[in-house]
Write a protein that binds this ligand. Sequence first.
Ligand code: TPP
Length: 556
Amino acid sequence: MGSMTESRGMEAGTATRMTGGDALVAGLHRWGVDTVFGVPGVQLDEFFDGLYRNHDGIRLIHTRHEQGAAYMALGYAMVTGRPGVCAVVPGPGVLNAGAALSTAYACNARVLCLTSTVNSALLDRRHGALHEINDQTGLLRNLTKWSGRASHASDIPRLVDEAFRQLLTGRPQPVALEIPPDILAQVAMIRFDAAMPSLEKPVIDPVAVEQAARLATTARNPMIVVGGGALGARDEIRALAERLQAPVVSRHMGRGTLRDDDDYALPAAAALPHWADIDLVIGIGTRLQQLREWGHDDRLKIIRIDLDQAEMQRVVPPTVALFGDAADGTAALVAALDAVGVSRPDRRAEFHAIKQAFREEISRDIQPQMSYLDVIRAAMADDDVFVDEMTQVGYASRYGLPIHTPRTYVNSSYQGTLGYGFATALGAQVGAGRRRTISVNGDGGFLYTMPELATAMLHNIPLTAIVFFDGNFGNVRRIQQNKYQGRLIASELHNPDFVKLAESFGMKGILADGPAALAQALADTKGHDGPVLIAVPFELDKTASPWKHVHGRKVR
Ligand SMILES: Cc1ncc(C[n+]2csc(CCOP(=O)(O)OP(=O)(O)O)c2C)c(N)n1
C-alpha cells in the first residue's frame, strides 16, 4: 500500500494520499491520543485496519460490549482530564454506548465517540441496511455537545480538529464523529492544517471582576461552592477562601478541588445547615444545584464563575456572572480583593469544628459503610483513584470518603447510572497508570458490565474491584420496605459465587467478610500485577440509610 498507509508520519500542511480510515488514525496521532477503547465491526474495519498499520503510541483496548468501551473512555477522561476515545459500530453499538455518553454529559467529561453509519448512499433512506437506525445523527446530537458527520474523506481532518477543539475549549462534554464506511474506505488527498486550531479561553471581564470584588468585600458570611469545573483551580480557590475566610464546599464532581483535610474544605452535607445564614455564595465551575435544592431568597447574593453562559443563568440569574475559566476568574477576583485589601477574622477553627462534628455524626450513624470507607481510604495513597457506584457504600462515599487530589473521585453525577462503575473504573485505572484504582459495586450494578472481567484480564488492567453483595437491588428493596409496607417486587437477585467467578477468568478473587478482612485483602493485593475482585457479604437490614446526607432539603 506504500505511501497511502503512512498516516502517522504525515506532515501537517502537506496533502497525502490515503484512506479515510488512515486519516482518522492520523487525526488521533495529531491530538496525542494514546488509548482507544472499542469494539470492531464491519463499518469500522477500515479504521481498525488503519490502527493495525499505524498504531504506534496508541493502545487499543477492545472490550466485550460497547457500554464497556464507552464507560472506559469516560473513566479515562475523568481521571486524566484528557479526551477519552471510544470506537463503536453504528446503530446497536451507538445505542449500547448511550448510557455512558449520557453519563459523560452529566459528568462534563471529555469523551469522543467515534462511530460509523450505513453507506453514504443509503443514509436516511430506511432501506434496512445493517445496523441502520433512524436519525442516528440526531440521537448523537442530543447525547453530546457537538457531533459531526463526514461526507468525503477529505472532510476528516477538519472534523477531527473541530471535535478536539470542542472537547478542549468551553465546557467539557462528550462529542461524536460519524464516518460512513465508504468514506473510511475512500482514498483522497488528506491535508491537516499546519497550525493546530486555537484553544482560546474567554478573556475575563474586568468590570464583572470589580462588581464581584465589591460584593465579596461587603459580604458578612460568604460561602464558596465548587464543581467539576473548579478541579484545576486549587491554588486560586484556596487563596480566595483565605482572603474571604469562606468555606469551600464540594458535593461530588468538585471533590478534591481542595484537599478534604484543608482548613477551608467542607463536604456539602456538613455545609447544608449553614446555607440559611450565608449572604453570598460564589459558585465556581458548578451547576450550583444548592440554589434549587437548598433554596434561595433575596438576601442571598450570587457570584458565578463559569465557562458556560447558560449554566450561570439557570435556576436564578446571578448577581454577578463572571464568564471564564475557573482559575483565571478566581485569580482575577483574588487580585481585585488584594487591590482593595480585605482582612477578616480567622474562621478556620469554626470550619474545623463543623467538619469534626459532621465526621463524628456519620461515623456513628452511617454504618457499616463508614467502617468500610475508612478501610478503603487507609489503603489508598493521596493520589489513588476511587470510583463510586449506585450502592450503599458508594452513596456514603460522596460525603464520607475524604479526597485529597483532583480527578481521584469518580462519580456518575446527576445521571445516577447504575452499572457504570466497574467498566468506568477499568478506564480510570488505564488513565491512572501506576496509581491504584479502587471501585465499589453492589451485586446489582456489578453484573451490568461483569463481562469486562475478561477485558481486565486480556489487557491486564490492575483494577481492585470490590463487590458488596446482599442478594438484592438493595436500594430498591429499602424503599419497598419503608414506603410500600414491605411489598417487595423485582428487588431480589440471584448471584454467582463472585470468588469462583473471578477465578474462572484467571483473576485473583478474595472473600472478605467485614471491614478488617477487607483491610487485609486490600493490603495483600497492593501492587498485585493484575486485576483483583474482592467480594464482601453485606446485609441490607443492618445497613444505615446513607441518604440523609445525599438528599438536600430546603433551608431557605
Ligand atoms: C441505569 C439504572 N437503572 C436502574 C436504576 C435504579 N436503581 C438505583 S439503585 C438500584 C439498585 C442497586 O442495587 P445494588 O447494585 O445491588 O446496590 P445496593 O443498593 O444493594 O448496595 C437500582 C435498580 C438506576 N439508578 N440506573
